[in-house]
Ligand binder design. Sequence first.
Ligand SMILES: [Zn+2]
Length: 394
Amino acid sequence: MTVTIDHALYRRLFAGVNEQGYSLDGWTRAPWTPELRAAEQLVIDAAVAGGMVYEHDPAGNLWITDPNAPADGLIAVGSHLDTVPKGGAFDGVLGVVGGLVAVLALRAAGVPNVERLAVISFADEEGSRFNTPCFGSRTMVGMFGDEVADAQDKDGISIRDVGPKRPADAAGLQRRIAAYVEIHVEQGLALDPAEVSLGIATSLSARGRWEWGVVGEANHAGTTPMAGRRDALVRAAEFVLSVQRTAIAHDGAVATVGRITPWPGGTNVVPGRCSGTLDVRALNNATRDAVVQALVEEFPDIAIEHKSTDDAAIFDPALIADLHAAANELGVSSMDLPSYAGHDAGTLALAGVPSVMIFTRSPNGISHNPVEHSDESVCLDAVAVLAAALAQRS
Ligand SMILES: [Zn+2]
């Protein structure tokens, strides 16, 4: 069987989606906006032209399926069409457009069980507007209930106002999916130095967010001698340096203090209090927790408050093997690659759906930025590898 990838269709859809929400300083398609709907419509039109049907589930995820799709056992591909504010052209788009082009190629080739192939464009993956990352997949697997629709953006507009009213009605739909594969632009710089085109994701990192606060004593910047000062910002600085040291000391861990707020914030006042954030990621949950525990023990005077954690997601070994085999057969270089970002594929994997991701080599390693890039030839290689791997499964 010959599977032919329609390069012209890929180009047309990729360019068309990226005409939506474009400005000189990047792409902005927030969820449930006209830009996002226009991008979805282009994908829908191409799918319908290829004989497929579509529907939005109660969480706003777009499902593109065969008219005779079975109730379960779907082999799904996809990603998301929303972006961060002023983001890049590849994050999300590549997985939806590339996934659809792969599925249409398999349909045209007449693979058996073609009715099992589906494309999903997940709603609000970035979560930038309402601070609800992976909204669509998390609602689907039951991690978010209907109350998530109360989340408000900075203007006080809620998800319920512009998007799904009862998103939790989508809960359990992941049980329709027997396998999920997401093509995504690499976010990091591992593939280019190795001169490898595709990274096959083995896992998504364990992640967590904390907030911390330290109390000192605010006092006059001139009349308070250096000896005996209780400068909260100086103590916070020691903490930040230790965050760096501690992460380096734990294999595969990264840790970041991204925001720090001294109080009262006067030029001539010794800071009396200081608060900040802490983001820790690691290849497994135990390492992530060990980093935080080491900080808790080193800084008994700093209150470290847990905000959220996401456990490590392990991708499906059979899917990983299938993709490497398909790449090998097509002469496309590939290597295993863990990921340190959050993705819908990770949400599905944690919910027990066999899942995997294909990362496309990024020459600069930059993402969530208009300079985000993958060469078109690499993107089309990923589509071909995806189609070849799915041809074996369908
Ligand atoms: Zn993404």
